[in-house]
Design a protein around this ligand. Structure first.
Ligand code: AMP
Length: 176
């Protein structure tokens, strides 16, 4: 992967959705057929020997690369969604956001203990969302949990929140 080219292709939107946030817009990566393929090839290559059986994507930008990578890895795809979206029985986790609590849910029959899981989301900021997703995964006691982000905002040090046994990778790293 040409990381410099990838980084240059992410669009920065200042003060979105609220003042003070520099929003990383990944649609500018995905709209390029070349870059989309480079990302799917690159991420799949990183995990091809890990025995991944399920790729788990977080709503909603984890639903873009997640299924494409799952297909390459011959794995299934499982969504983690916001409350009230999944129709069958769910497990849920809540986590602190800047303003109040947020909740994510997964179907109770989505994962089993023989699965090796790759969790994927577009961006690691404070880490709150993905730590909650890892906690959801732990309820299933899978063989191993891997975590991948397309983008990591290194200055926020979200990576420090993860247990050492959870392997965390990111493709594009930004200072802010
Ligand atoms: P966090 O829980 O703080 O790591 O936030 C991660 C979630 O919020 C991801 O699902 C991102 O899509 C979104 N997010 C947080 N900060 C940004 C940002 N600066 N640009 C784009 N998305 C963001």
């Amino acid at each position: 992967m040409d990381i410099e080219r990838l980084a240059k292709s992410v669009r920065n939107i200042p003060d979105f959705p609220i003042p003070g946030i520099q929003f990383k817009d990944v649609t500018t990566l995905f709209k390029s057929s070349e870059i989309l393929r480079e990302l799917v090839d690159g991420i799949s290559e990183m995990y091809k020997d890990k025995g991944i059986t399920k790729v788990v994507g977080i709503e909603s930008r984890g639903f873009i690369l997640g299924p494409l990578v799952a297909d390459r890895l011959n794995a299934g795809f499982v969504p983690i969604r916001k409350p009230g979206k999944l129709p069958a029985a769910t497990f849920e986790e809540s986590y602190e956001k800047e303003y109040g609590l947020d909740v994510i849910q997964i179907h109770q029959d989505a994962i089993n203990k023989d699965d090796t899981v790759l969790l994927h989301d577009d961006l690691l900021a404070t880490g709150g969302t993905m730590v909650a997703a890892v906690n959801l995964m732990k309820k299933f006691n899978p063989r191993k949990i891997y975590v991948n982000f397309l983008i990591e905002l290194e200055e926020l040090n979200g990576r420090a929140l993860f247990d050492p046994e959870v392997e965390v990778t990111s493709i594009i790293k930004f200072d802010i």
